[in-house]
Ligand binder design. Structure first.
Ligand code: TXA
Ligand code: MG
Length: 361
């Protein structure tokens, strides 16, 4: 059952966290499945509820840096600058644990990922519980992260003790994860805080790690992510070429499982002009058509110049594609500058790296 956010539901949720229970709560990125970070039994329940591999550590959520300070080694100038510039907000910092970090809450590694959410409900929950809250995204492992409470309910009803409904999340993609334990900061996961923004604060170049060889720096990157049930292809190219490619699929219709298209507004509008589509009820900017016995779905990801709009929509579209029973998904690529980098990262992960590049001869 979804709970509206009120003073009394928040107080109840805080009580659940204090007593070792699990609460789904909104953050500005995606919904989290929260538990008292230093209650080993509660944290174990989080792993079980998600079906999460035990070697993939959780992000700890605090309101202020001073709450994590005793549990990490002395903050470097880099860490201080990043906290000053980006907290509260969608930037997770990986720091070295100090001796004071509870041994049974270590999750097997000597670093800890921590962030300070800006979402008011998340902040209130941290404050009222008086705990540091460990929270992975509130989805089953391998499913898209939840951007509304209903997504979390679909995955975790029965496992969470309470689901707080804070509406759609503002950003829609998970936080940027930045490793600050080495000589140079390293982006382990792209997110709303861009490499360019971090560079402008630190005044040094910041690179992103794809995991590399051997033990990945971010254990999560080695697991399959965000996979829709359909086979997905990201299609990169000039608008006219992407449109031609999509139209070819539409006109070459073969019956079988439905085919889904995801495109920015220009290609979407032109594709809409090709056939007679009907709006999908209850979803904005989504259509369906049946042509030559084949069923097609189209989801508009918003203006091409606004990767922020696409970021908000991607996970929800991927969930809709599963509901529609899509067997194949073709998705227009986004430009990878700025916020587009994180959008492309998630699209390519959903596609298992499957990219058709029409710019290559
Ligand atoms: O936006 C977010 O970050 C959301 C909201 C709920 O805060 N949380 C989230 O958590 O996305 P999760 O568990 O789905 O992803 C956490 C990522 C994983 O890739 C994990 O491997 C990485 O952070 N991570 C956690 N602790 C780490 C550590 N000590 N070193 C390196 N990577 C770490
Ligand atoms: Mg996750």
């Amino acid at each position: 059952m979804l709970r509206e956010i009120t003073a009394s539901s928040l107080a109840e949720a805080a009580g659940i966290i204090k007593n070792g229970g699990l609460v789904v709560f909104p953050t500005e990125t995606v919904y989290g499945l929260g538990a008292d970070a230093f209650n080993a039994e509660a944290v174990k329940r989080v792993y079980a509820a998600k079906g999460r591999p035990p070697d993939n550590p959780l992000i700890l959520h605090v309101n202020f840096f001073c709450e994590i300070e005793p549990y990490v080694t002395a903050a470097s100038e880099t860490t201080k600058k990043l906290v000053g510039s980006f907290w509260p907000g969608p930037l997770t910092l990986v720091l070295n644990k100090s001796e004071a970090f509870p041994k049974d809450a270590c999750m097997g590694i000597d670093t800890v990922a921590v962030r300070s959410p800006s979402n008011e409900t998340a902040r209130k929950l941290i404050e009222l519980s008086g705990r540091i809250i460990a929270a992975p995204s509130a989805n089953k492992s391998g499913k898209p992260s939840p951007t509304c409470a209903a997504h979390a309910e679909a995955d975790l009803a029965g496992e969470a003790d309470m689901i707080l409904d804070g509406g759609e999340t503002a950003i829609g993609l998970e936080s940027t994860v930045l490793d600050c334990t080495g000589a140079k900061p390293l982006i382990l996961r792209l997110g709303a805080v861009t490499a360019e923004q971090i560079e402008s604060v630190l005044g040094v170049p910041v690179s992103a790690s794809g995991g590399g060889n051997g033990t990945p720096k971010s254990p999560g990157v080695k697991y399959k992510h965000y996979s829709p049930e359909a086979e997905m292809t990201v299609v990169k190219g000039a608008k006219t070429d992407v449109l031609k490619y999509f139209t070819g699929i539409l006109n070459g219709a073969v019956s079988g499982r439905p085919v889904g298209f995801m495109a920015a507004s220009t290609v979407s509008r032109r594709l809409l002009a090709e056939k007679k589509w009907e709006c999908l009820p209850g979803i904005a900017s989504a259509w369906k058509t049946v042509y030559s016995d084949a069923e097609f779905f189209l989801f508009d990801m918003g203006p091409e110049k606004s990767p922020e709009t696409a970021a908000k929509k991607i996970f929800s579209i991927l969930r809709h594609m599963d509901c529609c029973g899509a067997g194949k998904i073709f998705c227009e690529a986004f430009d990878e500058s700025g916020a587009g980098a994180a959008v492309m990262d998630r699209l390519l992960k959903a596609a298992g790296g499957n990219l058709t590049d029409l710019t290559r001869p």
